[in-house]
Design a binder for this molecule. Sequence first.
Ligand code: GAP
Length: 515
Amino acid sequence: MANSDDQITLKNIASHSKEYGFIYPSSEIYDGLGATYDYGPYGVELKNNIKEYWWKAMVRMNENIVGIDAAIFMHPTTWKASGHVDAFNDPLIDNKDSKKRYRADVLIEEQMAKIEAKIDKEVQKAAKRFGDSFDEAQFVSTNERVLKYKGQIEEIENRMKSAIEGGDLAALKQLIVDLEIADPISGSRNWTDVRQFNLMFSTELGSTADGAEKIYLRPETAQGIFVNYLNVQKTSRMKPPFGIAQIGKAFRNEIIARQFIFRMREFEQMEMQFFIKPGTEMDWYEHWKQKRIKWHKALGLGEDNYRFHDHLNLAHYANAACDIEFNFPMGFKELEGIHSRTDFDLGAHEKFSGKKLKFFDTATNESYTPYVLETSIGLDRMFLAVMSSSYTEETLEDGSSRTVLKIPPVLAPVKVAVLPLLNKDGLPEKAEEIMSAVKLDFNAQYDAKDAIGKRYRRQDAIGTPYCVTVDHQTLEDNTVTIRERDSMEQQRVSVDELIATLEDKVSLKKLLRSI
Ligand code: GAP
């Protein structure tokens, strides 16, 4: 069986997603709307299963985390206080020849990654040369060429950091010029100046005649949690350390929205803000890094597909931050952010609202504004991670081929398909009876059309982990076959044990217990 998944591209995934009802371009009959997508019948099931896994892992498994569902519209002062009105900007640069627009910091980071790659090459060469006696740590700390590259990276980092922190756009442009960075598409070095562009969408509340107020579509769900901090703390009788979790839509006017659902203008976030005593943030930062990576790895999308990336360019609210990156078809990219946000948000809301958002600790007679540790994952990106690691094109032993989505069974949109082998001899009636029983426990599909092989392929293409086939033997001894998607192996089980057998294979409970 050959697997050609090393050539899988985002294009394969996007066209498969559309053909099989996972994701459609939004308003397609009007030729679509840039970077906006609609989830189809299987897409919404997969999305709901990801949400359930996240929500249960966060809210149900932690007695000190509760959930909320805040409005998308918020008082406009929220965004002044949070810093988004003044600082939620991307430094953009245009190439005058190609007319393409880029984030200046991303162009510079890509340049640093190229130098990193040169270091990796040196290490690989030396490892080959020295064999078993190779000491990598010693090599990278003494080799002249590696040290020269490291020095270059450090210098670029320092210049970029000081330009960004100082809001010095001319210095950012100069860095691009000095590094001789060329447009990745056209190769041209003919750049405009760097400009700031605010990413929030705005609209108006109320009619113009009444004096409409400018409001924003939230660019992150987090602020709905911060402004409700006191309400939740009091009504759920929580005290730090405790967390508030939320799943909801966020909106950003992304300039370079591309790469399918990786970067969209309307997307969904799953965020958790953990309120803690100041001074304990680095311990909690480590704690949540480990917890979150475990949540990801338990799904079995591949241990090597994850890595941490520490932020160099910290957001305006953070004192430490990293990403969990996933190996998407276009390489390692951010999937989730873990941020130590200090008391930036609560402190700012105290200042702008004039309301006290402090916690009074009766044990120590101390009052403090809690620090916040945040975990923030994009639901759509998680969806893309699942799809891209599951999409497989296989050539089977008989020379035929199949496209199969090897989605973890616990997340699969359809858990089981019930298939009468033939559409006669009482098999459909028996299959319908089984269908009526299993659909109470699982998202199940009944399919009696076409040859059985064709029906298996249809289920493979939407990632159904188990196909239950009803044949003539079923009528004799009340047994069915269960065909497993990935191995295509079949097992005969009694109909009486069917639900328990399937339950064990797709159990969310089991997954939650493992993390
Ligand atoms: N509250 C913190 C926050 O919003 P962020 O790093 O800007 O932090 C968190 O976003 C996560 O949201 C990202 O790791 C990513 O998964 C997702 N995300 C951000 N912008 C996105 C976009 N334009 N399209 C899809 N997902 C996005």
